[in-house]
Ligand binder design. Structure first.
Ligand SMILES: [Zn+2]
Length: 350
């Protein structure tokens, strides 16, 4: 197997997931992908696993892998509608039932899906296989303001060796101390595609693993274009203020400095007060900040008020943060979304 697994913990999870998904699949009698094809001794590999994905962003990547592997027979459902804020989305009872029947649920994890924590926990307790991808990608801590984490960008998998106490690590994740917004680091998303492909290959066959690798390659190629776009921004202007603490991975990987967030913390559901806002206005004035970055999936009212408080000309720019864009937005896939975000950031800081 060519794929490099991301750490020891993942190896154990894959084995467990293999047992669960294979058992689940044969009991449910999954669909045969190629009708009329001769079943070989690896008959279980001819099922297209049914996958439920929580966010539209992960949905884009998982759909690409499944479509590459089995074409129109891919069975991928995305729970959140376009434009939904993943922090406060709640699954309907029909969606919970759908998750309970799925061979695999791909969730972001690290507390991103705040409105779905109970649903995901219950499904896992009932034997469902939930792959929380963010925790498998060497997550960064939240609140890394004013300066970027020293990171050599290329050996996230090796960094896993530092996590010596899995129980303590797990507890930290449960308390939301890690930043869930990993998709702003395209190398981490490429690794996610490889991990998801390998997981789906356990029930769906090798094509899923191959396709995970090819989708990862496409993401890495797109990242080169993102980096080229961001290179236009001079060092001194690489300053970010965001509506919540959502661009930590972006700042770390692409060398930006986050000098403030409007709503403290890693969630759009946090709160701020007039003192904190006054402090932010002062920081933005000192740092000569050119733009405040919001999210198309959330209301920008507070950001507009803040911008109007500042003497200098500060623009409010809506990025695609928690959700892909709708038809015609130019942000209809994960790769498009990152390209458009890079262009918006380069434009906003120039
Ligand atoms: Zn967020």
């Amino acid at each position: 197997m060519k794929l490099t697994r991301n750490g020891r913990q993942w190896g154990a999870m894959v084995s467990l997931a293999a047992m669960l998904t294979v058992a689940g699949c044969s009991a449910a009698g999954g669909e045969i992908v190629q009708a009329g094809s001769v079943l070989t001794d690896s008959a279980e590999n001819d099922f297209a696993p049914s996958v439920v994905v929580t966010t539209t962003i992960l949905g884009s990547v998982v759909s690409d892998i499944a479509t590459c592997a089995v074409g129109d027979d891919s069975r991928v459902a995305v729970l959140m509608p376009l434009g939904a804020d993943p922090h406060d989305f709640q699954a309907s009872s029909a969606q919970v039932a759908q998750m309970a029947k799925a061979d695999l649920i791909v969730a972001n994890g690290l507390g991103l899906e705040e409105g779905m924590l109970d649903a995901l926990e219950n499904i896992e307790a009932d034997g469902g296989v939930v792959m929380e991808i963010a925790s498998l990608l060497d997550p960064l801590p939240l609140g890394n303001l004013d300066g970027h984490v020293e990171d050599d960008h290329d050996d996230h998998a090796e960094d896993d060796q530092e996590l010596e106490d899995p129980a303590a690590e797990e507890e930290a994740h449960d308390h939301g101390d890690f930043d869930p917004h990993f998709w702003f680091d395209m190398e981490r998303m490429a690794q996610a595609a490889e991990l998801i492909g390998a997981e789906l290959a356990l029930t769906g066959g090798e094509a899923y693993e191959t396709c995970g690798v090819s989708v990862a390659a496409d993401i890495r190629a797109t990242e080169l274009d993102v980096i080229t776009t961001l290179e236009e921004i001079p060092e001194r202007d690489r300053i970010l203020v965001t509506d919540h603490d959502s661009l930590g991975y972006f700042a770390t990987r692409y060398d930006f400095r986050i000098v403030g967030v409007v709503i403290p913390g890693g969630s759009t559901l946090g709160e701020t007060n007039s003192q904190e806002l006054a402090a932010l206005v002062a920081t933005m004035t000192t740092e000569n900040v050119a733009a405040i970055f919001g999210d198309t999936a959330t209301n920008s009212e507070l950001l507009d008020v803040l911008a109007s408080e500042l003497d200098s000309d500060v623009s409010v720019i809506q990025l695609y943060v928690g959700s892909l864009g709708g038809p015609g937005s130019g942000a209809e896939t994960y790769q498009e979304m990152m390209l458009i975000n890079a262009a918006l950031i380069a434009q906003g800081l120039s």
